[in-house]
Design a binder for this molecule. Structure first.
Ligand SMILES: Cc1ncc(COP(=O)(O)O)c(C=O)c1O
Length: 467
């Protein structure tokens, strides 16, 4: 390898950045070289021994840095062919103008942003088997224009699944298949008369923005350790909530607040929109059933495959109270479901065979282990930090000593090390009212990369506390 290296006349031109420590400096220099395209995909690196000698640093330090970059996807290590630069996502051409809209565009490095399941866990084999079954058995007519509410096979499967897994009381006639939660919310906004929609504070900011875009007003209702403070609701036409695992704080809506919220809706003729985005993932006790089961006549339930399978499917569902079925037919005539009939039939098959349940069970075990590792690492190494929202879901909130104003420099510092997480403040209507915290999406990395991602995050946060 050494001979080849010198014969090719390659020179990495690595200058480990000053002030980072030797290992971090080498990682930084290599990351930059790959990111900038200076070391293109396929470039073979010299042996760790050669690198260590050329750079004048210990071989162990070089090996650790290379392992880290393999875990982050910058390098790849193959038996008998050494370490090479891994293929990288293509950079958009300079003249391309603003990038196309993507909710959470891919990032390079350690991705601990919330909003993703582990995409490497996609049930490819089961999806393929279900697709084969659909292609072998679906009559030609099944592939034509189908019911705008979604194919009946999927709505039947969902009615049974939601009753069993989430305590939702419904029939196929009340279910509408949608292309993701935002599509479901858009339909709800069309159905409800213009007026005010209440949103949790903090919440995903895109959703109140969507309601406002569609002509509604958005009020912001604070959340405490029992979830939405229902007593703050007044004359809103609907309240949009995340009862199973508040997004982003992670608290569960308490039984007393559930009663209070439903009483408010009944009293004022309003609706509750239940965003059950990660309700399948609860770790320490039985899943908390959907709010919808308490009041199917007042609650619009929304579920999605974005956390159980993958957001790229764009497959979600609305469960509507009977009173909203006629307004739906009338007011959403032009907003048809944009989910492929084939994908709908495949999901129906996945539910019917029990493959979806088995997949969710496997993921639940995987994510609980990751959550436990995160909890242990924080308890051991970040005694001043406080982790919350860990009973369920795919993310947790890590509060840090300091103030909201320190969030941006902290995130920049983490990003500089290739660690991508979100701060808590953008989820607040008034970001300055946020405590200093980061939202850790512990499901996001691939299984093999999780431990090193966690170590990198904790080390970077420790250094912050010590500096
Ligand atoms: C609060 C919340 N609701 C719903 C969703 C699911 O959205 P979709 O089904 O559009 O992927 C997400 C995704 O991150 C979310 O954060």
């Amino acid at each position: 390898m050494e001979d080849q290296w010198s014969r090719w006349g390659l020179d990495l031109h690595l200058r480990p950045a000053a002030g980072h420590g030797l290992r971090a400096g080498l990682e930084h220099a290599l990351r930059e070289a790959v990111r900038s395209g200076r070391l293109p995909a396929g470039t073979r690196l010299p042996s760790s021994r050669t690198l260590a000698r050329d750079l004048g640093i210990a071989r162990g330090t070089v090996t650790q840095a290379l392992d880290q970059l393999v875990a982050e996807g910058y390098l790849e290590s193959k038996p008998r062919s050494g370490i090479r630069v891994a293929p990288q996502p293509a950079a958009p051409p300079e003249e391309a103008g603003p990038p196309p809209h993507a909710t959470l565009p891919p990032v390079r490095g350690i991705d601990l942003r919330s909003g993703f399941p582990d995409l490497s866990a996609f049930p490819r084999r089961e999806w393929l088997a279900a697709t084969r079954h659909v292609m072998q058995t679906a009559p030609n007519a099944a592939l034509g224009y189908r019911d705008r509410a979604g194919v009946i096979e999927l709505r039947q499967a969902l009615a049974a699944y939601l009753g069993r897994a989430r305590g939702v009381i419904t029939t196929p006639a009340h279910i509408v298949v949608c292309a993701g939660y935002a599509h479901a919310l858009r339909l709800v906004c069309h159905i409800l008369d213009r007026g005010t929609l209440a949103f949790e504070n903090p919440a995903e900011p895109d959703y109140p923005a969507l309601a406002e875009h569609l002509g509604h007003r958005a009020s912001r209702i604070p959340v405490d350790h029992d979830g939405l403070i229902a007593g703050h609701l007044t004359d809103e036409g609907a309240a949009v909530v995340t009862p199973a695992h508040q997004y982003p704080l992670g608290v569960t809506l308490s039984p007393a607040r559930r009663v209070e919220l439903i009483s408010w809706a009944r009293r004022s003729g309003a609706y509750v929109v239940e965003d059950d985005y990660d309700g399948e993932f609860r770790y320490d006790r039985q899943p908390v059933g959907a709010l919808q089961g308490m009041a199917p006549d007042r609650v619009v339930y929304v579920g999605t495959t974005s956390k159980t399978i993958a957001p790229g499917l764009r497959l979600a569902w609305l469960v509507l109270p009977t009173g909203l079925l006629a307004p739906l037919a009338e007011k959403t005539r032009w907003d048809e479901s944009s989910v492929s009939v084939i994908d709908q039939l495949v999901l129906a098959r996945l539910i019917q065979t029990g493959d979806l349940d088995r997949h969710v069970r496997r993921c639940r075990i995987r994510y609980r282990r990751r959550r436990d590792l995160l909890g242990e690492a924080v308890a051991r190494q970040l005694p001043h930090a406080r982790l919350s929202g860990i009973a369920a879901g795919l993310h947790a909130v890590l509060r840090l000593p300091g103030e909201a104003g320190q969030e941006a420099p902290l995130l920049a510092r983490l990003a500089d090390r290739g660690i991508h997480v979100e701060g808590l403040s953008p989820f607040y209507h008034r970001p300055e009212q946020s405590p200093l915290a980061i939202v850790v999406g512990y499901a996001t990395p691939a299984e093999h990369a999780y431990r090193s991602a966690l170590t990198a995050l904790v080390e970077a946060l420790r250094e912050r506390v010590q500096s």
